[in-house]
Write a protein that binds this ligand. Structure first.
Ligand code: NAD
Ligand code: GLY
Length: 376
């Protein structure tokens, strides 16, 4: 996190600034209540063309479109708002083609900005469109869900789903800037907010035992969006994500830890047709399964899984697999991007704050998927 300021710096004094360090592709993640009204001010210094496409959906447009458009116009930018249908099923090649078509039709050039205003669906799709339009135009992330603020907007993973699996088509393409306004979370449905907390629990397990303990202690405050607790949650999560991505942008090694809970999570999302579970809910179940697997493989003692399960339940996230789902889940997992040499890889916690990544044999996975779950 940097605190250096010069006199041309328009960042509010109490704004948290987190740097994603990637050489000439480095960028900053800014966290501050009210940033939504300053989007234009932060884009202006890049001195790109005036054309600015704001990709969003009708729900977010209704809440926040006017504020962002006003701030862009205030610095002389010319915004056009493209609203895609709400929902995970929009994250498809079909809607990428629609966005590209709109950009081509308007003859936007390489210096046009693309601003992703929304949750992970909009951010992933818009980032992907930005990465392939004219071989890449600059884009900024203005995330409006907790999932997007603590995870999806940072790190440059962009893409869409395929019928055969989640996020199977995409690019690594970094934004120029990430602007996080925690205030927008007040209109987020509670279920979506809790989904974001699943990713925060993930950071605690993979890298930060202190964060995990803070979540155990203060979850009631966090669930009430108490500002100081919420700010700590966002700032700490962004710092962990930025550090991991700075170390390993293209998921050669270290970045794989961010997939904790995602092996089973993605399979659950795919099986549910992207409708049954939110991404965060699927990850929550996936984290509990991974912890049980770690225990079964002798990597962790039972307390690790017990604490993760308790925190997931306290956050009012689902912890249990749907009944009789083992065979279908295994089939979906074989299709996952994380399969290497046809072996399914898991991120496994050996203690709170530390994980290992390793292939796990299918019989072991099946055992855990079919075992009677505590409390059932
Ligand atoms: P989402 O984008 O579908 O948003 C959830 C819901 O909240 C939507 O209905 C949306 O309209 C609504 N919404 C968004 N902001 C709102 C606000 N401020 N007020 C009221 N309603 C609001 O879901 P998500 O959980 O943000 O993102 C999930 C997606 O993100 C998945 O596709 C997942 O794969 C992806 N993801 C990507 C990364 C990455 O590194 N690129 C990381 C995590 C997740
Ligand atoms: N959300 C996983 C990653 O960014 O690598």
């Amino acid at each position: 996190m940097t605190t250096d300021r010069d006199e041309t710096d328009r960042t509010p004094a109490v704004c948290d600034r987190i740097r994603v360090d990637l050489g000439e592709r480095s960028y900053e993640v800014l966290v501050h209540e009210g940033l939504l009204d300053q989007v234009g001010e932060f884009l202006a210094p890049f001195k790109l063309g005036p054309e600015t496409i704001v990709v969003t959906n009708p729900v977010i447009k209704r809440h926040y479109g006017a504020r962002v458009v006003r701030s862009l116009k205030a610095v002389g930018l010319k915004p056009t708002v493209l609203a895609l249908p709400d929902g995970e099923r929009t994250k498809s090649l079909r809607w990428v083609a629609w966005v590209l078509n709109e950009l081509l039709r308007r003859r936007y050039e390489r210096k046009a900005w693309l601003v992703a205003l929304g949750g992970g669906v909009i951010g992933d799709l818009a980032g992907f469109a930005a990465s392939i339009y004219l071989r890449g135009i600059p884009f900024a992330q203005v995330p409006t869900t907790l999932v997007a603020q603590v995870d999806a907007s940072i790190g440059g993973k962009t893409g869409v789903n395929h019928r055969l699996g989640k996020n199977l088509i995409g690019t690594f393409y970094q934004p120029k800037l990430v602007l996080i306004d925690p205030g927008v979370l007040r209109t987020l449905p509670q279920r979506e907010y809790r989904a974001g907390l699943a990713e925060v629990i993930k950071y605690g397990v993979i890298a930060d035992a202190e964060l995990f303990e803070f979540l155990e202690r203060d979850m009631d405050q966090i669930l009430k969006l108490e500002p100081a607790a919420l700010h700590r949650v966002i700032r700490t999560s962004c710092a962990i994500k930025a550090a991991v991505v700075s170390e390993d942008e293209r998921e050669g090694d270290r970045r794989r830890i961010l997939n904790f809970g995602h092996t089973v999570g993605h399979a659950l999302e795919t099986l549910g047709g992207y409708r049954r579970y939110t991404h965060g809910e699927a990850v929550a179940i996936g984290m509990v399964v991974a912890a049980r697997l770690a225990e079964r493989l002798g990597l962790a003692d039972a307390s690790v899984g017990t604490r993760i399960r308790a925190l997931v339940a306290r956050t009012r996230l689902p912890a249990d697999l749907p009944p009789r789902s083992a065979s279908a889940l295994l089939r979906a997992m074989r299709q996952d991007k994380k399969v290497q040499d046809r072996r399914i890889h898991f991120v496994l916690p050996d203690r709170i704050g530390h994980v290992v990544v390793r292939p796990v044999e299918e019989p072991e996975i099946r055992q855990v998927l079919t075992a009677r779950q505590p409390g059932t």
